[in-house]
Design a protein around this ligand. Structure first.
Ligand SMILES: CC(C)(COP(=O)(O)OP(=O)(O)OC[C@H]1O[C@@H](n2cnc3c(N)ncnc32)[C@H](O)[C@@H]1OP(=O)(O)O)[C@@H](O)C(=O)NCCC(=O)NCCS
Length: 401
């Protein structure tokens, strides 16, 4: 296989894009990434774009065609991909696969989501229904906030299985909000929380489903945002006149999908997620102990704990202590979700997978704010999932050699 490099990364601030139209979002995503390395879009050979609620919330399909609207991209191999919240990761993989096939030497991966109205307001129930389409019909029946509900069940199962408390999981959100305070791209940059606040049921902070432990502060945000990345082979870097020293290598990547119904499998030890992570490690020639930067799919606090286990940083049921002991902090053993994660950076679903890899690339390049910079960031890993812990995209990043 050819070596693949991240030549450029760019993202919007997550939160609100107000009345920016979908065609405008796609244009901005492409041009922004191109500007980073001062190239014209016409030098891009292949591309892929991921989103999830584009039809249900935006009334827009065939996003590949919008990508091809960008001057210089018409008539090129470009596709739209959807794997729920792993759509962004999937867009990266789809671009990489085209490069591996020899369809070109330079590619672009774009992810976006527009989940809020033009006035910046969200309709939680409508979003709950739209995201609900990404669950099995049998398991979504009767649920209003489908994914918060499904993950409230996972949270309960996790707490029961490992004697973990709501407070233990709340600590993950506290660390993430603290990280987001330093991330200018984070939706929750101005919100800080304590465990006491998370445990206090008042105002918007409520149990989302009566009788289950998941509270508003355990949830990721409803966000607008986009992220884009230029990927290139070695030949592609020459074509772009980008030096390898200014790049990060996408040294490992893998994907795996489990059956959609969560009720029929062990969601606390999701086989697809472990398989994808381990294959990405193997491909990169690294072990979990080598990873000291990571972005994981904390769509809900329980996934912060479980994702830490998938990374191999903690044993089963021990993901939360990894955070409470400070090991996941920017200056800890492995800085996890130093961006603020989906809980505090925000979760524009289609953009998330691209943004995880992009933030890790910035970490390895020493480009994140100093308060969030992992000292001696060496090898990074990402774990992006879609659906009820169903479709996983995992990557490993290394400095380019
Ligand atoms: C938690 C959730 C259900 C709340 O939705 P809701 O009940 O419609 O929202 P509420 O009416 O309670 O809250 C409205 C206000 O409370 C505040 N608020 C809500 N959640 C907040 C949070 N986590 N932190 C801080 N403030 C928050 C905001 O001010 C919000 O208004 P905004 O439009 O200015 O952002 C929703 O955010 C959600 O579904 N999150 C998960 C998204 C998801 O499932 N993603 C896919 C994962 S697989």
């Amino acid at each position: 296989m050819k070596k693949i490099y991240i030549a450029a990364y760019q993202q919007s601030k997550f939160g609100n894009l107000f009345d920016t139209t979908i065609p405008e979002i796609v244009q901005k995503a492409v041009l922004g990434a191109c500007e980073e390395i001062e190239i014209e879009p016409r030098v891009i050979d292949v591309g892929s774009i991921g989103a999830t609620c584009n039809i249900s919330l935006n009334g827009q399909g065939l996003l590949a065609g919008l990508l091809a609207e960008v001057e210089g991209l018409a008539g090129k191999p470009i596709e739209s991909v959807e794997n729920a919240c792993a759509s962004g990761g999937q867009a990266i993989l789809s671009t990489v696969q085209k490069l591996q096939l020899g369809w070109g030497e330079v590619g672009i991966a774009v992810g976006y989501e527009k989940m809020r109205g033009d006035d910046g307001k969200m309709d939680g129930k409508l979003v709950g229904k739209s995201l609900g389409f990404f669950s099995h019909p049998i398991e979504r029946e009767g649920k209003v906030y489908t994914f918060p509900h499904l993950f409230a069940e996972v949270m309960q199962e996790y707490m029961d299985a490992y004697q973990v408390s709501e407070e233990d999981l709340a600590e993950i959100a506290v660390q993430e909000y603290a990280n987001a305070a330093h991330n200018p791209y984070a939706q929750m940059q101005k919100v800080q929380v304590t465990v006491e606040q998370i445990m206090r049921i008042e105002g918007f902070n409520r149990y989302i489903v009566e009788g289950l432990p998941l509270k508003t502060f355990d949830c990721s945000q409803i966000s607008d945002g986009y992220a884009s990345m230029i990927l290139a082979t070695e030949e592609g870097l020459n074509k772009l006149s980008v030096s390898k020293a200014d790049c990060v290598e996408l040294a490992g990547f893998a994907q795996a999908t489990d059956p959609l119904q969560k009720g029929h499998r062990d969601v606390l030890r999701p086989s697809g997620a472990y398989s994808a992570m381990n294959r990405a490690y193997e491909m990169a020639g690294v072990r979990e102990k080598d990873i000291n930067v990571a972005e994981i799919h904390d769509c809900f606090t329980v996934m912060g704990a479980l994702g830490t286990e998938v990374l191999g940083k903690a044993d089963l049921g021990k993901g939360a202590p990894y955070w409470t002991e400070g090991k996941a902090a920017p200056d800890g053993e492995c800085g996890i979700n130093t961006s603020g994660g989906l809980i505090a950076k925000g979760h524009p679903v289609g953009a998330t997978g691209v943004a995880m890899v992009g933030w890790c690339a910035w970490q390895l390049q020493g480009k994140v704010p100093p308060e969030l910079q992992v000292p001696n960031a060496e090898v990074a890993a990402t774990f992006n999932i879609g659906g009820p812990i169903c479709a996983s995209v995992c990557t490993v990043l290394k400095p380019a050699t």
